[in-house]
Design a protein around this ligand. Structure first.
Ligand code: NAP
Length: 486
């Protein structure tokens, strides 16, 4: 079922921050899977770079341990791991100093694709970009990959864009939002623009509303000091939820090409209305038995940062006038579940009698990002068997794991797909600088407004679906949130 893997061009991929959490948990295991699938050509090399002094053997051991910890055992054999590790090298490099740069310059081959993954704190991005140039490593075809967070607000995002633009063109910069690398998210575009079935209905006339939910069960973990400066709006809405909203709401691009897609996404962000304060609910998780509260987790008893946010947004254009987009995301909720639900309107007139079994005849298209990536369409049918015309809602389900059978492990995870796109030079699933700035331009006034009002987030129970006010937000419109469930 899964198509044949086509190897990419030979490359040198340098990962700055190769000893860090993201590199060990996501980037290198992802690269291993692409290697195991045969997508990585023999000449491909991965060069780890970080500040810690160590040799290549020690680095390989760190990555061997990481593969052991973060990869299911079925996906690897000792031989495969050994061959993969042979492609790894390590250089001690200080992003802020001159140590290691000459050695790195001598190592990177100019006759293959060169990509540099900045898996380090954003405060180092500018210094890395500058040194790649001053040490003669970068050339016209060099690609750089930058991680989130891309700025803290519009001003810092602009400064970051400027510091990268001083050394690289927009075509060389790949801003990662790993939500865009998810199979289902790309499938959303395939479904919308590859079928005649949905697109004619994809507008305010037929869609009642849209819900986008990204629910997590974890708290802020060890990221407390970062998170308390950020909150759910900056950490999740400004990037991930906004990107999902764009893919749902955008007009069909003329081609599935980077700038055509990104132009359409940008138009959506620019068409987003500001959100009235009464259409935003912010929350903080309360303490539970034996489990700390948000404020305890971030060690800030007076924190006003939100670990939950729900909001009602409006895209002001012809397609979506009057169709609300309800967004919500939060931590310590009842399940780890992310989905987009497109809720279609009720039929204009019901030919069935009350009591026929279904009170509302609504079709819902659900795009599940996690768990069990897949797409489900709820349709109303006749309940089989005797008893007259009784109606029942059933899902037309396309869970990828079911559809793809035993090959499902070969479906690349978001990071591995995106890294391969960098090597292929395809920017379609990466955010352009103006998109990021437009997203901040929409986000900043909302944050400024609740900060100026001294808004205090509502407490919510752990293992719940968030503050009660979030339910009221949507119930006021005669609608309700879908259950958060795995
Ligand atoms: P981390 O665990 O703190 O790792 C940071 C890495 O940067 C380490 O390898 C460190 O090497 C290296 N480093 C620090 N200072 C350096 C310098 N002056 N020169 C060269 N290397 C230096 O961070 P992380 O969690 O992996 O996150 C990396 C980036 O990804 C951040 O921008 C983060 O926001 C983003 N991100 C992370 C996640 C995640 O799940 N972890 C998710 C989304 C985005 P030494 O230890 O040798 O100094």
């Amino acid at each position: 079922m899964v198509s044949r893997v086509i190897p990419v061009e030979p490359f040198d991929l340098v990962i700055f921050g190769a000893t860090g959490d993201l590199a060990r948990r996501k980037i290198l295991p992802g690269l291993f899977r692409r290697f195991a699938s045969g997508q990585m050509p023999e000449e491909a090399r991965i060069i780890g770079a970080a500040r810690s002094a160590m040799d290549t053997d020690s680095f390989r051991q760190i990555i061997r341990d990481a593969l052991q910890e973060f990869m299911p055992s079925s996906a690897k054999t000792p031989d495969l791991v050994d061959t993969f590790l042979e492609r790894l090298a390590y250089v001690t490099v200080d992003a802020m100093g001159s140590a290691g740069w000459e050695e790195l310059a001598g190592l990177v081959r100019k006759d293959v694709v060169n990509a540099f993954y900045f898996s380090v704190a954003p405060s180092l991005f500018g210094a890395l970009a500058e040194r790649l140039h001053s040490f003669g490593i970068a050339h016209d075809n060099t690609r750089i990959v930058v991680e989130k967070p891309f700025g803290h607000d519009l001003k810092t995002a602009q400064a970051l864009n400027n510091s990268l633009a001083a050394h690289f063109t927009e075509k060389q910069i790949y801003r990662i939002d790993h939500y865009l690398g998810k199979e289902t998210v790309q499938n959303l575009m395939a479904i919308r623009f590859g079928n005649m079935l949905f697109e004619p209905l994809w507008n305010a006339q037929f869609v009642d509303h849209i819900q986008i939910t990204v629910a997590e069960t974890v708290g802020v973990g060890g990221r407390g000091s970062y998170y308390d400066q950020s909150g759910a709006m900056r950490d999740m809405v400004q990037n991930h939820l906004m990107q999902l909203l764009c893919l749902i709401a955008m007009e069909p691009p003329s081609r599935f090409e980077p700038d055509a897609v990104r132009d359409e996404k940008l138009k959506v962000i620019r068409a987003l209305d500001s959100v009235e304060p009464h259409h935003i609910v912010r929350g903080q998780y309360d303490a539970a038995e034996g489990v700390a509260s948000y404020r305890e987790d971030v060690d800030n008893p007076r924190s006003r940062t939100e670990s939950f946010i729900a909001m009602r947004c409006q895209v002001s254009n012809w397609r979506w006038a009057g169709t609300p987009f309800y967004l919500r995301t939060g931590k310590r909720l009842s399940a780890r579940a992310s989905e987009i639900a497109v809720v279609f309107k009720e039929t204009p007139h019901s030919i069935f009698q009350e009591g026929d079994g279904v009170s509302e005849h609504r079709n819902i298209l659900t795009i599940r990002l996690q768990p069990n990536e897949g797409i489900e369409m709820g349709v109303t049918i006749k309940e089989p068997g005797p008893g007259g015309m009784r109606l029942v809602d059933v899902p037309l389900d396309m869970t990828f794991a079911d559809a793809l059978g035993p090959d499902v492990e070969d479906v690349p995870d978001a990071y591995e797909r995106l890294i391969m796109d960098v090597i292929r030079g395809n920017q379609t699933l990466f955010m352009r600088g103006d998109e990021v700035e437009a997203a901040w331009a929409w986000t900043d006034p909302l944050i400024d407004s609740w900060t100026a009002r001294h808004d205090v987030p509502k407490l919510y129970d752990q293992n719940s679906s968030g503050p009660v006010d979030a339910s009221a937000l949507i119930q006021r419109d005669g609608r309700r949130w879908r259950d958060i469930r795995t």
